[in-house]
Design a protein around this ligand. Sequence first.
Ligand code: MGD
Ligand code: MGD
Ligand code: SF4
Ligand code: MO
Length: 721
Amino acid sequence: MRTAHRTCPLCEAVCGLRLTLDDTGRVTSVKGDPDDPFSRGFICPKGASLGRLDEDPDRLRAPMVRTGDEWREAGWDEAFRAVEAGLRDVIDTHGRRSLAVYLGNPNAHSMAGALYGAPLIRALGTRNVFSAGSADQMPKHVACGLMLGDPLAVAVPDLDRTDYLLMLGANPLESNGSLCTAPDFPGRLKALRGRGGRLVVVDPRRTRTAALADEHLFVRPGTDAYLLFGIVHVLFAEDLTTVGVEVEGLAEVGRLAADFAPGAVAPVCGVPAETIERLARELAAAPTAAVYARIGTCTAEFGTLTQWLVDVVNVLTGNFDRPGGVMFAKTAVETGRRSRPYVTGRWRSRVRGLPETNGELPVATLADEIETPGDGQVMGLVMVAGNPVLSAPNGPRLARAFAGLEFMVCVDPYLNETTRHANVILPPPPVMRSPHYDLLLLSFAVRNYARFSPPVLPPEPGRPSESEILARLTMIASGQAADADPAALDELIIDQMLRRATGTPGSPVAGRDPADLRAALDGGSGAERRLDAMLRLGPYGLSLKELLANPHGIDLGPLQPRLKEIIRTVSGRVELAPPQLVADVARLRERQAAPPAEIVLIGRRHLRSNNSWLHNVEPLVGGTNRCTLQINPYDVDRLGLGGHAVVRSAAGELVVPLEPTETIMPGVVSLPHGWGHAGTPQRVAAGHAGVNANTLTDDSVIDVPSGNAVFNGVPVTLHRA
Ligand SMILES: Nc1nc2c(c(=O)[nH]1)N[C@H]1C(S)=C(S)[C@@H](COP(=O)(O)OP(=O)(O)OC[C@H]3O[C@@H](n4cnc5c(=O)[nH]c(N)nc54)[C@H](O)[C@@H]3O)O[C@H]1N2
Ligand SMILES: Nc1nc2c(c(=O)[nH]1)N[C@H]1C(S)=C(S)[C@@H](COP(=O)(O)OP(=O)(O)OC[C@H]3O[C@@H](n4cnc5c(=O)[nH]c(N)nc54)[C@H](O)[C@@H]3O)O[C@H]1N2
Ligand code: SF4
Ligand SMILES: [Mo]
């Protein structure tokens, strides 16, 4: 028996874990790490099942190669040669314009994804770049990019110090938080109330988070922008604004808000006008306050406007970049922020002409790009850690499109609804054999913190790490032979990083010899040496060695005001009225007059699930984690429904079991995504198949400024099955 410590990579909460392993290397227990200064022993059922996940007998252990409908295991060299041949065929026949790449959610949780995603995209040399980001938080990036000049400059609620939290479209008691890295989010919310603070939750469902709050408000799906505009209106009308940061466009925001008086927006969003007025007054009067809005408001038709208005309210109430308001983390690996002003639409998608955002195109148009003939039609696809057949809007259409590709390679531990269409699957090693550092998520943390987890178990002989897999893919994509040494890529990147740093006046290593710095780097792999270089060049001057000496993580203190370091707009001020968003307000105004759909669909998450891929772990399926359609009993009666209903939308049709509950607003139904496990060898998941919610979501509808998918507020009709 031995004990090991590591960070849980399954969600954004980055909990420290204490593992017990027997001498065969089997994980016998997983507990929260009480010595982690950030998570302080917190753990959820998913983290507790990490050992079971790694042991899953249906996980792929060797590369898989498909010929026709036949899958067989292959050696690594053979698999990489097949990838080289497949990509080369597409490039030689159709050009690199016909390649596409999709990066799924787990890339945000792995060192490999964070370190090799960008080099892989560069090496593929295509503008057909897609990710789960445009089915998730792209509206936030676009809003931050336009307001602050940096799409990654996301201000997070200062959870541990705020006096008032207005939360919209988030359910951290199930999700454990998102774009707000806060282990034990539930405990932090209880502490907020314990110190006399107030929590208000806005959600079409009375969620577990809403049940914990001081106040819960039902809102019509997709209408949060109206509610927030109503609040902005009151702040101006009652002269309650106390702007504490330098801004541009204040008067323009006031002018725009004039049309959105509480009395005008209340019938649209369903929140009474007096309540909107009171919320505005409470936010203005609270010693400190933060507005936080997450996935329920992002994956909606006015996602970007909503994310913009969230920070407009935070600015107007004097809570932007101050303790207790919303603030910016300072991570240990921050090596300089972008220098060019943020723009979107540097290129457009071929078929629908949708603008690029953050170097990506919307996943809502991936099927168009694969299906539509012509120069640049996507013929080859590289997919890393994604399952868009279950996660993207109109997933079944995407499945049909994937089936028509000339070549597809997936880096994924499972043969699933998406990877079954690949020609080659390259499985990464299990969590216990992978190093971990949260390169991305810690930049959204509510406390500055760093923790590195070395692999708990050694690599299996002959089996590459995920970093090596991605490095080899990158080298193949750039035209090198399938057997080229992946270490060369890391050396190149380290060399570039050190040259840039030593050549930058004012950098702590300005004028030093890059070779000396390179020689000093530690780490058992190229990925670890890259991390070491980033840590040493980062603002705290940490190193891998120091993190290894602190296996429970290092607390780097509470967030500090730092807007001046963050801001990258041309004006050097917060842009409160960026022209692109002002233009989109016209769309919001138009919709105000449109009659609402009788019934709309939204999603939800369950504590023991994680998008599409934990349903093969026995302890995590069943119980409350079920694929049912939540519906208000009033609607069941009114529509004369039975145990099951046929649900139809513009995109498709499903038969689903109903779960009548008073916790959901009348006129709204909720179906979780990530289900619909058919035709894959995952045995546990097959027994809890459920249905694919994204059969109903429509890929022709997007949030215009960001191109983001719309999963909430989808018009549907219901009939007795
Ligand atoms: N209707 C509806 N649809 C939604 C949402 C919704 O709320 N409603 N939510 C959206 C959101 S927020 C997101 S983020 C997307 C997610 O969209 P995706 O990222 O496309 O989907 P996931 O289900 O997260 O699939 C992750 C894949 O990565 C694999 N994987 C797991 N761990 C690893 C690893 O360490 N390495 C590699 N290489 N692969 C790994 C899994 O086997 C799985 O195939 O879904 C979106 N889709
Ligand atoms: N257990 C678990 N944890 C997860 C995941 C998971 O699948 N399972 N997925 C991870 C991922 S990829 C992400 S992005 C995060 C997401 O984290 P959260 O944003 O907290 O996601 P949800 O739990 O889906 O909560 C979204 C809430 O929005 C509500 N909602 C829907 N439509 C609207 C609307 O129009 N307006 C408002 N105000 N509310 C609305 C829903 O009812 C739901 O309660 O969770 C992450 N953590
Ligand atoms: S809350 Fe998230 S990070 Fe923490 S144990 Fe659960 S899945 Fe892992
Ligand atoms: Mo997500």
